[in-house]
Design a protein around this ligand. Sequence first.
Ligand code: PLP
Length: 477
Amino acid sequence: MPAATRTRIPIDYASYFSLESKYRERSRLKEIKPFSEIPGMINFGVGIPHPSTFPVDGMTLSLPFVGKSVFVPGYGTRTPEELQELAPYTPTSKTEALNPDLAEELQYSATYGQKHFLSWIKEHVRRVHAPLYDDWEVCCTAGNTDGVDGVMRALLDRGDHLLVEEFAYPGLLSPAVSLGLKSVGVPMDDKGIVADELDRIMDDWDENARGGPRPKLLVLVPTCSNPAGVTIPVERKREIYDVCRKHNILICEDDPYCFLQIRPNDAASPIVPTFLSLDIDGRVIRVDSFSKIVAPGARLGFVTGPAPLVEKIMNTRESATQCPSGFSVAAVSAVLRAWGSHDGFENRYIPYISDIYSKRCLMMIDLLKQHVDPGTIEIPQPSGGMFLFVRLKIETHPDFPTLSPSIIAKRVFDTMVEEKVLAVPGLYFRAPSLDALTPEEEARKTFFRISFSLPPPDVMKQGVERIGRALARDWRL
Ligand SMILES: Cc1ncc(COP(=O)(O)O)c(C=O)c1O
């Protein structure tokens, strides 16, 4: 071919994009990233686990072709000499749960997951959630983002409506838009979504007016929710469940913070019963993750629900992630085994991890009480997890109602940034609503999200003092 014709042909890539790419939305949380980069900023914006909570902080890999073992450092183990002593190893039977073996783990596995790991998960589900029906199944995922993606792809089509919490996790709202789904926020109070409001939305649903069929799926975060920090009490769960039965709605419980809930007597108190444990019909798909209790980088989780639904979710993963990461399954299995399988997980490991976050949560509440004028904020009840959703008492602000709640909230954010402290405006989590709110109603729904999972205690104190200063300035106190 002549050289002249071999120059680069310009390609209009946009003309190749799928509908999904065209409509793909990134999380609004990325908008606050530039503020987090301001030198000296105290960041209460990110809700990620502290690396000191990772149960693996160093490892060695035995590499046959190079003829040596290599060390990989972690948070607390920076040199090979600091590695924990190697425990004696006794080979175990192939049928036993938590029996990782790299000869098998590094091979392709069933999309559902490796047998020994699945058998541990199934026993875990029986012990913790005790499903009330028999034909339930579990399928491993690459975490809850992956699990919820599988649920949406398995059940919904472009143009469908999706019921979500009024203040919802952006990692749900943005992918829903990319999949062509229309989210509908269900109003919430301090106990989660309000069952009567869900009932009203469904009773009033007019397919022509709404431009789509009746919603058939509700996705919510039942424990220490993100952003609202709410754990739905069991009575409210029953009410929501009954409304879902009435309107034939499936429930997806995205529950990564389940084991970080504050319990009155730690491991001796049961967790709040989950939707899965209340489910008599087989209408709940539970989505679990090891991200918050082991490490987000493990990218490991599982979905549990009626076998026919889980099979469809598994099919979506088969053509995406194909099967869980063998390295992750091996490492997480080894950790769970070392802690003493189910008994150790429930009675020692979970209390150990959740205690770290519970203490931080309660410390943050104390700091807010000490350093922020009570006329400016309403402090929520602590439930654990990683977030507090703090209400701004807009109704007491000197510029309300001359200025709208959203303008006041924006000013508060700007003043906080000037004081070098970052929290996320509640607006970023707001799902599309069917109701128009009055300024007074809007004022009662103006929040900011504070994450307490990462900063050390002295930084937390400094950050809350800055919040106090910012709000005092804004309220002209
Ligand atoms: C409510 C909620 N769901 C899902 C996720 C993502 O979890 P995973 O790391 O398991 O994908 C998060 C993490 O921030 C979350 O807050």
